[in-house]
Design a protein around this ligand. Structure first.
Ligand SMILES: [Zn+2]
Length: 290
């Protein structure tokens, strides 16, 4: 178009007319080009041949990567709250007998006995929530849908209430976060995992076996990732949070707050991040898409 413009710079009337014509033609050409490009990009790959760039880039786009947690739900229960509640709940749903081997006095347990605490790390309920919120972020980044039992420290829930939240969202895994206390003068330290046994709702369809498999696998992975002392795995029949739960369930005692070395670590944001990251990685390994 520029060449036409130059060649028509003669002062004669005919030249002026042809210059006008050239400008008009240029306008029409540009309009047409834009229209075609617009139509082509609007209709995707089947668009006109004028816009090859649109169809090429659409065809060469890499497939959306599938994250390991896509389509899976994890329910996170940050243990305890800031308000003790000594009312009691039955440790197992009413349609089940008290598990064999437990004394009659174990049939009911306080709704919120309050947790332990550390000199530096503070109350257990706060540390549990801090790690829970970090874990939520990590799991969501891996594509999991995360349901939180609580996101503040004043929400009071019984253990059965917490299990029901996991049941209601059909959680693929119910992760309960706690810290321990001990009266051994600051010796016990490290990571302990609790899993359910063949009682309550966990006895249905051998669900407890799935909980135990997941718990054992996650425990090994977490202890190795953190390089902490292995306090082992406990198989429990006395915990309402397990016995009322219809979903695979595990509980982690992330450290011993009454032991100075664990207390010191649990007080730091860095170690809480490490805990969350290790639990997230273990979750991916145990239930994530392979
Ligand atoms: Zn606790």
């Amino acid at each position: 178009m520029q060449q036409m413009h130059h060649s028509s710079s003669s002062p004669s009337t005919r030249a002026r007319v042809s210059r006008l014509l050239a400008v008009l033609l240029t306008g029409v050409f540009l309009c047409l080009t834009f229209c075609l490009a617009g139509c082509a990009s609007g209709s995707g790959e089947s668009g006109g041949s004028t816009d090859t760039s649109a169809s090429v880039s659409a065809a060469s786009l890499p497939e959306e990567p599938t994250l390991p947690g896509t389509g899976l739900t994890v329910c996170i229960d940050a243990g305890h709250s800031d308000t003790p509640n000594w009312k009691e709940e039955r440790i197992i749903p009413p349609d089940y007998d008290l598990p064999e081997g437990l004394p009659a006095s174990a049939e009911y347990a306080p709704i919120e006995p309050g947790g332990t605490s550390g000199n530096l790390s503070g109350p257990e309920y706060a540390v549990n929530l801090d790690v829970a919120l970090k874990l939520q972020k990590d799991l969501e980044a891996q594509g999991f849908t995360v349901v939180m039992c609580r996101t503040d420290n004043s929400t009071g829930l019984s253990s059965a209430d917490r299990a029901k939240i996991a049941n209601d969202c059909n959680a693929d895994l119910f992760i309960r976060l706690h810290c321990d206390g001990a009266s051994d003068g600051g010796v016990a330290n490290g990571f302990l995992t609790l899993v359910p046994t063949d009682v309550g709702y966990q006895s249905e369809n051998d669900l407890y076996e799935k909980s135990q498999d997941i718990g054992e696998q996650m425990h090994e992975s977490i202890v190795e990732q953190l390089g902490v002392n292995d306090r082992g795995i406990q198989y429990r029949k006395d915990m309402a949070g397990f016995n009322w739960c219809t979903q695979p369930s595990v509980l982690f005692e992330m450290g011993v707050m009454t032991t100075p070395s664990d207390d010191e670590k649990l007080a730091t944001d860095e170690y809480q991040e490490e805990l969350a990251s290790a639990i997230c990685q273990a979750t991916v390994e145990a239930i994530g898409a392979k």
